[in-house]
Design a protein around this ligand. Structure first.
Ligand code: AR6
Length: 199
């Protein structure tokens, strides 16, 4: 199946919410209303059939390793053609493209800081959520931006990710329209970290 950016379809988000996940694991706080709109998922972000997946890209937006490489491979060569027209992206900023052969309609490319830079990392998450608002998207999956090749400490990054998303869901006017945010982690260590921090 191929989706273009503009095509209407019903996103299939059959991943349980944190409320369901936490409800199954005793002692975790599933009483928070935001828990019904957030999921923790372990796996390959390129497989998710949702409105948008976020790419942890570099300033050139022309592809690379890690999740960036996986997204470009799965999306096919047209993704790079569209990216090349964007003329790069500043650290902490984000730009949207179509998803091409991906099951996700859009890719939100963001550039995380290298090693440190809390403000820039926060900005990656909030700029992606602003792009979601601009494009009317209601389901977005984030990888652990900057914590791979870019070497940002994983725990600090997870706290920033959760705080920024929580703030948007709870306080931004568009936040209430967001149906699902998926934290798509790839490593067991990140899964453990998010499981501890999500409550
Ligand atoms: N699905 C979900 N998460 C993934 C996947 C995947 N298929 N593959 C890796 N991860 P990284 P960065 C996780 O290095 O640190 C690229 O070369 C990975 O385990 O992809 O922001 C770019 O072009 C880690 O938790 O991104 C840049 O040059 C997280 O994704 C540079 O790397 C991010 O790791 C960006 O580095």
């Amino acid at each position: 199946k191929q989706y273009s950016c503009g095509e209407n379809y019903t996103p299939i988000v059959d991943i349980p919410t944190w409320a369901q996940q936490a409800g199954a694991a005793k002692g975790l706080n599933d009483g928070d209303p935001l828990a019904r709109r957030v999921s923790l998922h372990v796996g390959d972000i390129t497989k998710l059939e949702i409105d948008a997946i976020v790419n942890a890209a570099n300033n050139s937006l022309l592809g690379g390793g890690g999740v960036d490489g996986a997204i470009h491979r799965a999306a096919g060569p047209l993704l790079k053609v569209e990216c090349a027209q964007l003329k790069g992206c500043e650290t902490g900023d984000a730009k949207a493209t179509c998803g091409y052969k991906l099951p996700a309609r859009y890719v939100l490319h963001t550039v995380g800081p290298m090693g440190s830079g809390d403000e820039a990392l926060r900005s990656c998450y909030s700029r992606c959520l602003e792009l979601a608002r601009q494009h009317g998207l209601t389901s977005v999956a984030f990888p652990c931006i900057s914590t791979g090749v870019y070497g940002f400490p994983a725990e600090r990054a997870a706290k920033i990710a959760l705080e920024t998303v929580r703030d948007f869901l709870a306080n931004d006017k568009y936040g209430e329209k967001i149906e699902r945010i998926i934290f798509c982690v790839f490593l067991d260590a990140d899964y453990r970290l998010y499981t501890q921090l999500l409550p």
